[in-house]
Unconditional design. Sequence first.
Length: 720
Amino acid sequence: MKKRFFTLIVFIFSIALLIATVVADEGMWPISEIHKLALRSKGLEISPEKIFNPKGLSLIDAVVQVGATGSFVSQNGLIITNHHVAYGAVQAASTKEKDYIKHGFLARNRFEEIPAKGRTARITESYRDVSDAVLSVVKEGMDFAKRTKALEKKIKEIVAETERKNPGKRAEVAEMFSGKTYVLFIYTYLKDIRLVYVPPRSIGEFGGEVDNWMWPRHTGDFSFMRAYVGPDGSSAEYSPENVPFHPKKFLKVAPEGVDEGDFVFLLGYPGRTYRHRTSHFLAFEEEVRMPYVADWYAWQISVMEKMSEGDRAVAIKHLSRIKGLSNTMKNYRGKLKGLKRVRLVERKRKEEKALQNFIETDENLKAEYGNILEEIDKIYTQRREQAEYELILDYLRRSVNMIYFGYTAYEAAVELQKKDLERESAYMDRNFHLTKERLQLTLRNYYEPTDKVILKEMLKRAAHLPKNQRISAIDNLIQDANPENAIDDFIKKTYSETRLNETQFLMEALAKSPQELKKMKDPFIDFAEGLYPTYQKLKEVQKARKGALDKLYSKLIDVKKKFLKKDFIPDANKTLRLTFGRIRGYQPADAVYYKPITTVNGIIEKTTGEEPFDTPPKLMDLFRAKDFGRFESPTLKSVPVCILYDTDTTGGNSGSPVLNARGELVGINFDRTYEATINDFAWSEDYSRSIAVDIRYVLWVTQKFGGVDYLLKEMNVLNK
Ligand code: GLU
C-alpha cells in the first residue's frame, strides 16, 4: 500500500515537473525576479546571468525603449524594431513627393539616414526598490486625494534628487503593485535617432487592419534605426557632427531561425496589464468604457477616411492617427468578444466570493479585510454614474487638437507660476520641452476640417449630458439657443479667429503668465479658461479615487497572498520584463488548428493586388524564382514570415526581441492573436499567443528586396 502511494506521489510529481518544463507560464517577470524561474530546466541553454547580470554585461543591455521596444543589433548603434513603432517618425518625414510610408525608406549609407522625429531610445541603467521611502509619507486615515498628492510629491522629490546625483540621466519611479511597491529606475535617453531602412507599406503593413490582431499573419513589421551621440559619447540632440552610439551590448542575429516547439524568450517594455484588478473594474471596462471608446474611435476613423479621400497630402496627415485609433478599436473589440467568451467577470466574481468566504472565517481577517471588495464596488458604481461625463472631458482634449492646444497653453500658464516640484508632471522643467515637442508634432498633422467635425460631435454629446453633470463652459456657449446652431456659430467663430495653428504663436503662448495669455485673445485659450475649473474638479475626484483604490488594492494583494498561499508578479508598467515560452500553434475554434509558422507562400496566396493585400512585384519575382538564399527553411521549403508562441506579452512589447535558447535574435515581436487581446486581463495557455516577424523574413527582405547588404554585414550575417 505504502509503495503504491509512493509510486503515485512520484507519478504526480513527474507530471507536474513535465508540465512545468513544457508549458509556458503566465508572467511578465521583472528582471530582478528571473533567477527564481529555473529557466534552464525550461529550455534555456545559457546561464540566466547572460540575460541579466547586475554586476556585468548581459542581454538586457541591448534592449531599448523606442516608444515601444527595440534592440541593438550592431556595435554601431543599429536598432531593430517594428515598422509600426517607427511609423509616426516615417510619417513625419513623408510628403506627397517623398512618400516613405508608401515606398519605404532606404539610406544607402550612414549619410543618407534622416532624423526619426520625436523618437528617443531609453536604456535601463539601474534600478532599486524605493517602496519604504515613497510610502513614508502615507499617514493612517489620510484623505484619499491628499494621499495621492503626497505620494506624487514624494516620487518627484526622489526623482529630482536622483537626477541631481546622476547628471545627464533620467530617473523614473514605477509603481509595481498599486499603493504598495515602487521601484526607482535610472535611464539614459539617447536623443538623436535616425531612420535607416523601412520597408514599403505593402510589406511592413501587409494585411493592414484586416489582418491586425490576427493569425495566420504575413506582415513584415520591422524597421531599422540608428542611435547617435555627441562626439564625446554623451547623449545629444540631433547634429551632423554626432557619431553612432556604441552600445554596451548588442544582440547576435541567428539567421537559421527557429522551429515549432523551440524554446524562446522575450525582453521588453510591456505597457499595462490589469490582472490584479477586480470584477468591478472588468465589468466597468466590458459594459461601459471599452464599448464607448471603440465606437468613438470608429466614428473618428470614418471622418478621417472621408477627409483623406482623393488627396494624398491630406491622407498622410491622418495616417498615423487612423492607424492608432484602428489598432485600439480592434483590440477593444477583441477584448469585448473574449471577455464574453471566457466569462471573465463571472469567473472573477466567483474567485472573489471564495476570497470573501475565506476572510469571513477569521475575525482578525474580517476586521482588516472584510469590506475591501465592497468598497471597491462602491468606487466603480460611482465611476459608472458619471462615466460619459468623464469620457467626454477626456476625449475633448485628446481628440480635438484645438482644445488640446488651448488647454495646454492655459494650464501651462497656471502651472509655470508654481515651484517646479509642485507642478503637474508635464510642466516640470525636466518634461516641459517634451510637452512642447508633442504639441508641435500634433500641429504638423493638424487638419482644420477634421478638427471642426470632431469638436462639433463632442459638443453635441456634451449638450446631452444629464443635468447634474453639465460642463458649464459648454452650457455657456449654448445658453438658451438651439444647441446645434449655437455650436455651429461657436465653431465658425473660434476656428476663424484662432492663431494656435501657427507654430510660433502656439510656442509663444506656452511661455506666458495667465494675464499675458489673456491679452493674446485667442478664442480657444479663452474657452480653455472656462473649462479649467471643471477639469480641476475632475482631477480632484480622480486623485481621491486613485488614493482609495491604491489602499484597497494593496490590501487585496495581501489577503490574496494569505488565501492562495502564493506570491504574485506585478502588472506590466512599462518597465523591463522577461517572458518565456515555445513556438506553438493553437486552436482558436472547434476543429480548427493553427500552425505556428507562416511562409512567403501565404503572402502570395493572400495577394489580391489591392491594398492592404498588394505585394511589390519585386517580391513576387523573388518568390517565383525561389530566390530564398540561405533564409529558406529546410522543412517548410520557403522563407518563414511570421512565428507564433505562447509567451505573455502586451502593447509595449512591440519590437521586443524574440530570442532562442542561446539568447540569439530569431524574431521581432509585433502583435497578438485576436483571442489573446484579453491577455491584459487574464493570460491563458489556451489562447494567449504572440506574433513576431521571423528574422529570416527580415533578412531576406532586407537583402534580396531592399538590396541593403551593408546592414547584413553590419549584423555579421554576411561576410564583410
Ligand atoms: N500590435 C500591438 C499594438 O500595436 C503590440 C503588441 C501587442 O499588444 O501584443 O498595440
